[in-house]
Design a protein around this ligand. Structure first.
Ligand code: CP
Ligand code: NVA
Length: 339
């Protein structure tokens, strides 16, 4: 398996074997790190992280992963570079590609990360766009594999905004790796029909199934994994909260939903999650909507505090796995001699 020089923009570009290799490599790197065994395979190289949107996990995963691999890192935040303001994405790519050995991008337009990849001349990694969040899926699937020992045949229910970057990417990942993916969402928040069609084509080869339903009970029955994400994603206008709460409050993951899933089901969330009134937005939303939508009165939106704090919740293992999987992506795309 040689992925040297490849970009990591969407899982659509990777075969099930390649995705499986990245997950296995992550596990190896995770074990080495736990054993205190250094893996500075990329000493002397440098990468740049371009963030148009905020981040905790993705930024830290790239930074710690790069440092563990022996690399230098530059972080350019939402207001820290000329890109988009005085300089085009194409020019930025041609400049950064001459100084760095790899470029991470988090932003709005998926076409921006594609342009960076086209003109950078070095591996480009997608740290989230409005359309896809592929590094997250590797961490999620590593977590599923650690919990169930396999990916194939897992019943995976994604509940909430199924046409955002997470809904799209989990559906693609599931199709590639043979999971039974169910999007549980109101019809207007189902993924784009052409992407569903594409995933169903992939699924024919892998044994996966792709189901879309509005029914929260049928859609989560006996599921191995219940997964959700924020109801309003970064970059969406604030006034969308009103309609989104209305559309999704019946899709909140609560104990009754977890009880409807399999006895050994796990709860997953890419994080950050709204499950209480300990964030600025959580307080604002709870105050504004508590009369109209009692379910959100305590700042609990996509998931209740009870579920995310329960033993079934693996969200922090999942968050840790961001680092091991992102490290694997950098290593595999920058080197062919790490075995
Ligand atoms: N899950 C995730 O991408 O988190 P951050 O926004 O903190 O990077
Ligand atoms: N859908 C979320 C994912 C955050 C990791 C967003 O784009 O804000």
């Amino acid at each position: 398996m040689n992925l040297k020089g490849r970009n990591f923009i969407t899982l659509l570009d990777f075969t099930p074997q390649e995705i499986g290799h990245l997950i296995d490599l992550s596990l190896k790197l995770k074990q080495e790190k736990k054993e205190g065994k250094a893996h500075r395979h990329l000493e002397g190289k440098n990468i740049v992280l371009l963030f148009q949107k905020d981040s905790t996990r993705t930024r830290c995963a790239f930074e710690v992963g790069a440092l563990d691999l022996g690399m230098g890192v530059t972080y350019l935040g939402p207001s820290g570079s000329q890109m988009g303001k005085k300089e085009s994405v194409k020019d930025t790519a041609r400049v950064l590609g001459r100084m760095y050995d790899g470029i991470e991008f988090r932003g709005y337009l998926h076409s921006d990360v594609e342009q960076l990849a086209e003109h950078g001349g070095v591996p480009v990694w997608n740290g989230l766009t409005d359309m896809y969040h592929p590094t997250q899926i590797l961490a999620d699937f590593l977590t599923v594999k650690e919990n169930f020992g396999k990916l194939e045949g897992i019943k995976f229910s994604y509940v909430g905004d199924a046409r955002n970057n997470m809904g799209n990417s989990l559906m693609i990942g599931s199709a590639k790796m043979g999971l039974h993916f169910t999007a549980v969402a109101p019809r207007e928040l189902w993924p784009d029909a052409s992407l569903v069609e594409h995933c169903r084509e992939i699924a024919k080869e892998t044994g996966a199934t792709i189901t879309l339903t509005e029914d929260t009970i049928a859609g989560t029955k006996d599921a191995d994994v219940i997964y959700t994400d924020v109801w309003v994603s970064m970059g969406e206008p604030k006034d969308v909260w009103h309609s989104r709460i209305k559309q999704l409050s019946d899709y909140q993951v609560d104990k009754a939903m977890m009880d409807n899933a399999s006895k050994n089901a796990i709860f997953m969330h890419c994080l950050p999650a709204f499950h209480g009134i300990d964030t600025e937005i959580g307080i604002q939303i709870a105050n504004e909507f508590k009369e109209e939508h009692p379910r959100v009165k305590n700042g609990e939106m996509e998931v209740t505090d009870e579920v995310i704090e329960s033993p079934q919740s693996v969200v922090f293992e999942e968050a840790e796995n961001r680092m091991h999987t992102i490290k694997a992506v950098m290593l595999a795309t920058m080197s062919d001699s790490y075995e």
